[in-house]
Design a protein around this ligand. Structure first.
Ligand SMILES: *[C@@H]1O[C@H](CO)[C@@H](O)[C@H](O)[C@H]1NC(C)=O
Length: 504
């Protein structure tokens, strides 16, 4: 075993020594910053943007559970959806969880586990609450009325003007009249628990509505990243930016609601600033129609990820649009076809098909820009796109490395995190780094943030250095997540540089 390990290491070193990046142009490997939360909103990185929304805890995709205070039981979509609602569960789980679609600050549709919407039965003429409709209409629309000074006590007013009541565990109906009684014994009173929230671009724009959202985002685009940031990055040794964009950018001023237009102008600005400071732009399609992972940053409405075969052509059209617009810009470095598809939702064959078409769309306009294929998150081999990419000139495989989000990492101390970078991440990277450069390898996202906060800043210097050592051996380079992140400490590359914790 030991001998094998030595041979492996030797061949890895040899490979790195022999691999001559100069044949690929002097740009790569890139040292890049992600311009996260700029053209695709992520609430955790910029929470203040959401402050002006009324009922801002009830945005699209918020997951709620509703307990009848009289029965002391949870509302449940029987079988997860497709039939009636009941109020007889002690322990809430998936069937007892409802995802909001927001109409306005007080009016919502509620989506169940199997994706139907709750509503009145008998085409809206009945009074029983069922979860059968797959498209929300008037009969699936409810007003959430909150108790004054106690917003987790609610009543649901149905489209027939009556309130929903759970008169028994098996009877959930909309036939309770108006009342000022908020007592626990009232069958129309429910205790609402918010179990998950989503704060992305969809939530922000639909929360504010078109006029306010448009003004707010214009101000954000013009102030969050400015020309001086490109000067700062360039002065400090960065030579590229990776810019997440959403599919709606293709529609420029008039995207489908609730998205608002104008981010294309901001991307144009980034290209001219990059050129001025001798940097490259990696355009990263971060949010695709229907969502590829259900995350805040995928443009998802409610956390369900529905991107699939029927979305391939419209997604290729977005790539085509961007490639055409920027192909002749000297600062175009690469086009990334899709960020973080999740293996739980996106099939390998569908994604392969899309990658081939997306690659061809870029090549219609440029033979020099790199084309980046993102590995799937979750249960997928990190080598699954190697053979496809090997047949594509100037292709790149993108992997994202965070020592976060699992007990495994939560339980590690600092040294264990560092060892993990030198051993495990290094080995994973070897698997996707090809000696002939087809494809190149790229760590498109990483951070110096750890699961726990440490007073001693040296911790972050050491952890960042370990990552620079290892990710610096990729053939396409790396991109830190993120350039800027005001409320989130070490997630900000700008802050690391200012604090002298990262020397490039
Ligand atoms: C919210 O939408 C509902 C349904 O369209 C409408 O009846 C109600 O007046 C609206 N409320 C506000 C505050 O705009």
């Amino acid at each position: 075993m030991k001998k094998l390990f030595v041979i492996c290491c030797l061949s890895w070193l040899l490979l790195l020594g022999l691999f001559d990046t100069s044949v690929l142009g002097q740009d790569v490997p890139f040292k890049a910053a992600n311009l996260g939360a700029w053209l695709v909103i992520e609430g955790w990185m910029i929470p203040n943007l959401f402050d002006g929304i009324l009922n801002k805890d009830l945005l699209d995709g918020t997951q709620v559970q509703l307990k009848s205070t009289m029965l002391n039981k949870y509302l449940s979509a029987e079988n997860g959806g497709g039939t009636n609602l009941v109020a007889n569960r002690d322990n809430p789980s998936g069937w007892e969880t409802f995802r909001l679609w927001r109409i306005n600050e007080s009016t919502f549709n509620l989506r169940v586990f199997n994706k139907q919407f709750i509503g009145l039965d008998n085409q809206g003429q009945g009074r029983n609450i069922v979860a059968v409709s797959t498209t929300p209409e008037n009969a699936e629309t409810f007003q959430i009325v909150r108790k004054p000074n106690d917003p987790s006590r609610v009543r649901l007013k149905a489209s027939n003007g009556f309130f929903v009541q759970a008169s028994s565990g098996s009877s959930v109906t909309a036939d309770y009249g108006d009342t000022t009684d908020w007592g626990a014994q009232n069958p129309s009173v429910f205790q609402m628990t918010i179990v998950r929230t989503l704060r992305g671009e969809y939530q922000l724009t639909n929360g504010y509505g078109p006029d306010k959202a448009s003004q707010l985002l214009k101000d954000h685009w013009n102030s969050y990243i400015v020309e001086d940031d490109f000067k700062f990055m360039s002065d400090n040794g960065l030579n590229a930016v990776r810019i997440p964009v959403g599919w709606w950018i293709k529609y420029d001023q008039t995207p489908p609601p609730p998205f608002v237009g104008g981010s294309l102008q901001a991307l144009d600005n980034a290209f001219s600033w990059a050129q001025k400071y001798n940097m490259k732009v990696i355009v990263d399609l971060h949010a695709v129609p229907g969502s590829q992972n259900g995350n805040d940053h995928s443009g998802s409405r409610d956390g369900y990820a529905g991107w699939g075969d029927s979305n391939i052509q419209e997604t290729v059209d977005v790539i085509d649009f961007l490639a055409k617009r920027y192909a002749n810009q000297p600062s175009l470095g690469a086009m990334e076809l899709m960020n973080e598809p999740n293996a739980q939702f996106v099939q390998f064959s569908t994604l392969s098909n899309y990658y081939k078409k997306g690659y061809a769309a870029v090549r219609k306009y440029t033979s020099s820009a790199y084309v980046i294929l993102s590995n799937r998150l979750g249960d997928a081999s990190n080598k699954e796109f190697l053979s496809l990419a090997a047949g594509l000139d100037r292709s790149v495989i993108d992997v994202h490395y965070y020592n976060l989000y699992s007990d495994n990492f939560n339980n590690m101390n600092v040294q264990q995190n560092i060892d993990y970078i030198y051993k495990t991440r290094s080995a994973q990277l070897q698997e996707v780094t090809q000696s002939n450069g087809r494809p190149l390898s790229f760590v498109g996202e990483w951070t110096a943030a750890l699961s726990h906060d440490y007073e001693d800043k040296e911790v972050y210097r050491r952890y960042a250095k370990a990552q620079l050592d290892v990710y610096g051996k990729t053939t396409f380079g790396w991109a830190y997540w993120s350039y800027k992140c005001t409320p989130c400490g070490m997630w900000s590359l700008k802050r690391l540089i200012i604090d002298g914790l990262l020397n490039l």
